[in-house]
Ligand binder design. Structure first.
Ligand SMILES: Cc1cc2nc3c(=O)[nH]c(=O)nc-3n(C[C@H](O)[C@H](O)[C@H](O)COP(=O)(O)OP(=O)(O)OC[C@H]3O[C@@H](n4cnc5c(N)ncnc54)[C@H](O)[C@@H]3O)c2cc1C
Length: 175
């Protein structure tokens, strides 16, 4: 049940982020300061670049998780990737909306534009359907489970041997 719940939180966060980015793009192409459009300051336009990078990365992860769910992926791996998608997308949305408010300056904090509402709306995503701390708990649990399973190493090359002094076992002190 938490798979569709968390995928919904993740996908919804992308919608919020895109809405905030659209407002920021239009505003920064209209608002002028020091005689030029504010998008011509890299301090502004780089926030736009960072925002679309985060959105595209989140979208890729969410779609991957959704396809895995549709395809009936191994439940342990699905649980991990869905948790990654939920945590990543909701945190990406928070950062994108925050950038949008910063780009709008003072009016971004007011109710003349809806970005302050988007900020409040997207804050919930990091809490419900399991907090993002719990997502990280699931993610680390599942990746340890997967990579410490001997079955995993039947399909992988041991990368620890890709160094000139790999044989120096006496240097590998763990306790
Ligand atoms: C608007 C809204 C709607 C909701 N709708 C529903 C619903 O329809 N159905 C439903 O079942 N629930 C619903 N919830 C509940 C929601 O899922 C929980 O609020 C959420 O899972 C967090 O649980 P909690 O509030 O008890 O926080 P707590 O578990 O008390 O956590 C408090 C803090 O401690 C941290 N924490 C707790 N345990 C750990 C740990 N092991 N490791 C690290 N950090 C930890 C958390 O990350 C958080 O930061 C809703 C919540 C809200 C706000």
């Amino acid at each position: 049940m938490m798979v569709p719940e968390r995928l919904t939180s993740a996908a919804g966060a992308i919608g919020v982020a895109v809405a905030a980015l659209e407002i920021a793009v239009k505003y920064s192409d209209s608002r002028k300061a020091f005689g030029r459009k504010i998008r011509q300051f890299q301090g502004v336009s780089f926030k736009i670049a960072d925002s679309i990078m985060k959105i595209d990365a989140a979208r890729g992860l969410v779609y991957t998780a959704a396809r895995m769910a549709d395809a009936g992926e191994n439940p342990y791996r699905l649980r991990r990737v869905v948790a990654e998608a939920k945590a990543f997308a909701t945190e990406a949305a928070w950062e994108v909306v925050n950038h949008s408010i910063q780009i709008l300056g003072g009016i971004g904090y007011a109710t003349v534009y809806p970005v302050e509402r988007l900020l409040r709306d997207c804050r919930l995503g990091m809490i419900w359907t399991g907090t993002n701390e719990i997502m990280r708990s699931i993610i680390q649990h599942e990746i340890y489970r997967e990579m410490l399973n001997p079955e995993y190493w039947k399909k992988r090359r041991n990368i620890e041997l890709d160094t000139t002094e790999f044989y120096m076992e006496e240097e590998k002190v763990y306790e």
